[in-house]
Design a binder for this molecule. Structure first.
Ligand code: NAD
Length: 312
């Protein structure tokens, strides 16, 4: 590892998180932002976070906060930031043109073997990398916020990406302590958001149709399904929930699943009177003023940190 360099392009929330994850694995990280002063500000923020994590005994990796910080540098010049890197993680605004421009510029400044990776949440690889000439080395590495505690990374190839590039990204993510998963081809929403949107859609329909309250549908997840989903997925859940495993489960429950699934309504509109009602109901529970949202976000992050400890 000694001296291996990763360049992070874009030093916002996700850029800073990636930098911390790579530093924890002992990589040298060069962070670049096109907004002058932004990248050096990111270092100040990362220093603060690493010190707090060290205090809380939640620092990842084998290096101290000071050792990790010594591997980090900030750059206002893209060429300088890319010098020596074998892997580039792009974290600029979720804007197709911005990403296309960044990758076009980056490709002109690096050699053929450098891997170009994007953090995009919902843009397709074939669009993000359309201005890159050699697309065999392009990949999406989609993190989940906050990546320091939620380890999943979805690896999504461009149609031209070679398997060796997926393999390098997979080993890198594993090595720095993330939990990578491979998609074999691009698909809108990748895997995480497709599953998430299915859950949101049915929760929305149940509240909209007056079957259950906002408070109670959230409890269905947090006190019910979510309890196991932090440790085992939906397929293993099926396998464990019948005495003889999956085949047994299918025999017992597939008819019931199909019957219920056939009663699902259409894609919700997320607008109009039902949306106004749901907004009102959630805002009565948690007012949308910053002070209230901040308290709940801090609670969420604290609980995620405790859960990450438990999963270790
Ligand atoms: P952000 O707004 O916090 O940060 C974006 C940063 O990029 C800013 O510092 C900005 O100055 C910089 N930037 C913009 N254009 C640039 C350019 N041309 N060159 C260099 N830097 C540039 O955004 P974020 O939340 O960190 O999101 C970054 C990416 O990560 C997005 O694609 C987003 O979809 C993805 N992502 C976000 C989350 C999340 O929960 N926030 C989760 C997963 C993935």
């Amino acid at each position: 590892l000694k001296g291996k360099i990763i360049t992070v392009v874009g030093s916002g929330l996700i850029g800073r998180s990636w930098a911390m994850v790579f530093l924890s694995g002992g990589y040298k990280v060069k962070i670049y932002d096109n907004e002058p002063g932004q990248a050096s500000g990111a270092i100040t923020e990362i220093r603060k976070q690493l010190e707090e994590l060290q205090q809380a005994k939640m620092l990842r990796g084998n290096l101290t906060a000071a050792q990790q910080l010594s591997l980090l540098s900030s750059h206002d010049d893209l060429q300088q930031a890319l010098e020596g890197a074998f892997f580039v993680q792009e974290c600029v605004f979720e804007d197709l043109e911005a990403k296309q421009t960044v990758f076009h510029e980056v490709e002109n400044l690096v050699t053929e073997s450098v891997i170009l990776s994007s953090s995009t949440s919902c843009l397709m690889p074939s669009n993000v990398f359309s201005c890159v000439q050699n697309r065999t080395r392009c990949i999406i590495s989609h993190p989940v916020n906050p990546p320091y505690y939620v380890r999943l990374v979805e690896l999504v190839p461009h149609p031209e990406t070679v398997p060796a590039v997926m393999d390098v990204a997979y080993s890198l993510m594993t090595e720095v302590g993330q939990a990578p998963v491979r998609l074999s081809k691009e698909i809108d929403g990748f895997a995480l958001n497709r599953v998430q949107y299915a859950i949101i859609a049915e929760s929305w329909r149940l509240v909209q149709d007056g079957v259950i309250s906002v408070k109670d549908i959230d409890l269905v997840m947090s006190e019910g399904l979510g309890m196991r989903y932090a440790f085992i997925g939906p397929i293993e859940t099926m396998h464990l929930n019948a005495p003889e495993g999956m085949e047994d489960y299918l025999q017992r429950y597939s008819e019931g699943m199909k019957r219920v699934l056939n009663t699902f309504g259409p894609v919700p509109d997320f607008s109009g009177e039902p949306a106004a009602r749901i907004v009102k109901e959630i805002c009565e529970l948690i007012p949308a003023e910053q002070e209230h949202l901040t308290v709940r976000r801090e609670r969420r992050d604290h609980l995620l940190m405790e859960l990450a400890k438990l999963k270790k």
